[in-house]
Design a binder for this molecule. Structure first.
Ligand SMILES: Cc1ncc(C[n+]2csc(CCOP(=O)(O)OP(=O)(O)O)c2C)c(N)n1
Ligand SMILES: [Mg+2]
Length: 320
């Protein structure tokens, strides 16, 4: 495989910064009093940015309650996402979905589900549709380590394996299922070993190393496109913040553990790698960050100034 080129690395860096700043801003704005919950993915940015770097626009994705990053990396607009968090009419779901249900069907971002594990059977269904249409488009399901304990995980991955569907399963192993550490719910030390039960490849990767994630994902995506799917990737990472914004995340995790993972910050790491390889200068990367901050200011302004949905709209776009 050729090395990942400079333009692609800058794209990955930009997406990671977008995710980090979006999450930070979302927490700040929520503390001022927005409805709903925010589950932040701070610390996990290398996973979606690395995986989505080699996806095409027509590839499909689905994610979870902690899905902002996966949605941003697939190309969603920050202003419409922010408006959704603000419960405004201009939001991706017209303000009725909130943080946990953002979808951008125009970019084949099929959305998110707050029900742990429930994205996997949906992914298998989409994968089956793609296969029946003989397309080389693929489906990517992002989910957490805790999801691998749900029945839906086994149903989804089992069917995708039995029918050789073009689905890439990406587990973001942030070491905790809410407050339960992985060692308390499985004997496995590598969650990727669960793939063996389905006879499909299971690949474990350092989820704080964006380049490593992108390389593993690129190969897996190509294989899925050629009909060699499904493939299960486990990216080992950490959320350096609490489970959601109301959880300080310190009662069930040792302080030292959080500090250790903060030292492995994926954004700092990629910056170091890029500057060392002379892929970019610090000044160029600073400029990327400044541009993203400006984009976020505009996104928040757009959300603040957007109209609220009217009461009559509550009954539109729903099934009964
Ligand atoms: C079926 C189901 N059970 C329980 C919950 C409550 N819940 C929300 S998030 C979560 C933890 C999920 O852990 P993991 O899959 O590792 O994702 P993470 O939050 O770490 O990103 C739980 C138990 C839920 N939303 N759905
Ligand atoms: Mg988890």
């Amino acid at each position: 495989m050729p090395e990942i080129d400079a333009a692609k690395l800058k794209e990955i860096y930009t997406n990671m910064v977008k995710i980090r700043f979006f999450e930070e801003r979302a927490i700040t704005e929520h503390r001022k009093g927005l409805p709903g919950f925010v589950h932040s993915s701070i610390g996990q940015e290398a996973v979606p940015a690395g995986v989505c770097a080699f996806l095409r626009e027509d590839d499909y994705t689905i994610t979870t309650h902690r899905g902002h990053g996966d949605i941003i990396a697939k190309g969603a607009q920050l202003d419409r996402m922010m408006a959704e968090l603000f419960a405004k009419k201009t939001g991706y779901c017209k303000g009725k979905g909130g943080s946990m249900h953002i979808a951008d069907v125009s970019r084949n971002i099929l959305g998110a589900t707050g029900i742990v594990g429930d994205g996997l059977p949906i992914a298998a269904g989409v994968g089956a549709a793609l296969k029946m249409q003989k397309l080389d488009t693929i489906m990517v399901a992002f989910f957490g380590d805790g999801s691998t304990n749900s029945g839906a995980f086994h149903e989804g991955i089992g069917l995708a394996a039995a029918w050789s569907l073009p689905v890439l399963f990406v587990c973001q192993n942030n070491q905790y299922q809410q407050s339960t550490p992985t060692r308390d719910y499985t004997r496995l030390t590598d969650i990727a070993d669960r793939a063996k039960g389905y006879g499909i490849p299971g690949i474990s990767v350092d989820g704080n190393d964006a380049i490593a994630v992108a390389e593993v994902a690129r190969e897996a995506i190509e294989k899925c496109r050629k009909g060699e799917g499904p493939i299960f990737i486990v990216a080992n990472t950490y959320r350096t913040v609490g489970h959601h914004m109301g959880d300080p995340g310190t009662s069930y995790r040792p302080k030292e553990e959080i500090e250790e993972w903060k030292k492995k910050d994926p954004i700092k790491r990629l910056r170091q790698q890029m500057v060392q390889n002379k892929t970019a200068t610090d000044a160029e990367l600073d400029e990327i960050e400044q541009n993203v901050l400006r984009e976020l200011d505009e996104a928040v302004k757009f959300a603040q100034e957007s109209p609220e949905p009217t009461p009559e709209e509550a009954l539109e776009d729903i099934y009964a």
